[in-house]
Design a protein around this ligand. Structure first.
Ligand SMILES: *Cc1c(COP(=O)(O)O)cnc(C)c1O
Length: 364
């Protein structure tokens, strides 16, 4: 059998044997009580991941990739007369703008250079000038650059100005701190296949119950992505549409494993170790980081491609040796490459990766 590729892309990740084996469980109908129990267990474990009370928050499961959850959150939670302020410093901030536009949601954006921090004073200024704004949306970990946006600073402002605070936490949920109450998070969207180490195809929104329970602030601009409908159905053990049953088997197993291994704190520690190792090795090889370490998540590092090296050359060389690195997106797709450190990745994989990288650089 061919050896498994080491995935260094930011999800989907290399799975543990336990999670992969869950995919082959006996067939199940999504309208039977055993599926209702599975769904409920996943919903409970997701709240448990950050110690959230089920009296205050609810998790809502969607079959679809992370973007489905982000789109469900934004299209359902901004009322018809609401206005969304989008803080954008990467591809995923831009995607939130595209979602707002597609659903005809009134919006404006603070657009920073990719990777650049948001100035709280500037955000406050926008809020003071535009009283129509009802919600603020931000990407927690901007996977475009590896930038970890400061949710606590922006959340404090959202609280002070009494705005809803929505986060795309797709590539941080499970690996970074998320302090829902202190940061005033109204809702966040994430997926099974990044820091939670599940299989691609399941995503979720965690939202405050009080905004879901009343019909008023929840609008249905979409049939498939109507968060209120999912919430209603899932509260009574059902679901509006067919879920990816096998993906849910694996998701539950990934969440149990996550809890048993020590939750987000343990995962964060492991990611810190791996990312430090990656950044250290890269420095020895004179690979320049796109952002300083202080600005980065523990999950991903973007590096400039060495002089006169194309992404394809580097990718193909490493791919032949069993490693899948990840290209930049958009305007930096020709100048950077990215290395994520989620999934079953171990230190020995990083050692081997940089042996191959050293070989590539020497040969040139
Ligand atoms: C991965 C990711 C998404 C979702 O992408 P999908 O391809 O739909 O899974 C959204 N936001 C961020 C920040 C991400 O990293």
């Amino acid at each position: 059998m061919r050896q498994e590729l080491v995935l260094l892309n930011p999800g989907p990740v290399n799975l543990t044997r336990r999670v992969r084996q869950a995919l082959t469980r006996p067939d199940m109908c999504h309208r039977e009580p055993e599926f209702a129990r599975l769904q409920e267990e996943i919903r409970r474990e997701l709240l448990g991941a950050y110690g959230l009370s089920s009296k205050i928050y609810a998790s809502i499961l969607i079959t679809g990739s992370g973007t489905a959850a982000v789109e469900a959150m934004l299209s359902s939670l901004i009322p018809a007369n609401g206005k969304l302020l989008i803080l954008s410093n990467g591809i995923y901030g831009e995607r939130m703008q595209a979602i707002a536009r597609a659903h005809g949601i009134a919006n404006r954006a603070v657009k920073n250079a990719w990777g650049e921090e948001f100035e709280p004073a500037k955000i406050e200024n926008v809020l003071r000038k535009d009283a129509k704004i009802t919600h603020i949306a931000i990407v927690h970990h901007e996977t475009t650059t590896g930038r970890l946006n400061d949710l606590s600073a922006i959340g404090r402002i959202a609280k002070r100005y009494n705005k809803g605070f929505l986060a795309d936490a797709v590539s941080s949920f499970g690996g970074e701190e998320l302090n829902f109450s202190d940061w005033g998070i109204t809702a966040c969207a994430a997926s099974a296949n990044k820091c939670l180490h599940g299989v691609a195809g399941a995503s979720f929104v965690i939202a405050k119950r009080n905004i879901l329970a009343t019909d008023k602030p929840c609008v249905s601009r979409s049939v498939y992505l109507d968060l209120a409908a999912y919430f209603r159905e899932q509260e009574r053990g059902s679901s509006p549409f067919t879920h990816a049953v096998q993906v849910f088997f694996a998701f539950k197993e990934a969440l149990l494993e996550f809890k048993q291994m020590g939750g987000w704190r343990a995962r964060n520690r492991k990611y810190q170790q791996l990312s430090r190792l990656i950044r250290g090795y890269a420095k020895e090889l004179r690979l320049k980081q796109y952002l300083d370490s202080g600005k980065l998540s523990c999950i991903l590092t973007a590096f400039y491609l060495p002089d006169k090296v194309t992404y394809e050359e580097l990718h193909d060389f490493l791919r032949q040796r069993g490693f899948v690195i990840y290209a930049g997106q958009g305007k930096i797709s020709k100048t950077i490459f990215r290395i994520a450190n989620m999934g079953t990745l171990a230190e020995k994989d990083v050692h081997r990766l940089f042996c191959a990288m050293r070989l590539f650089l020497c040969k040139r």
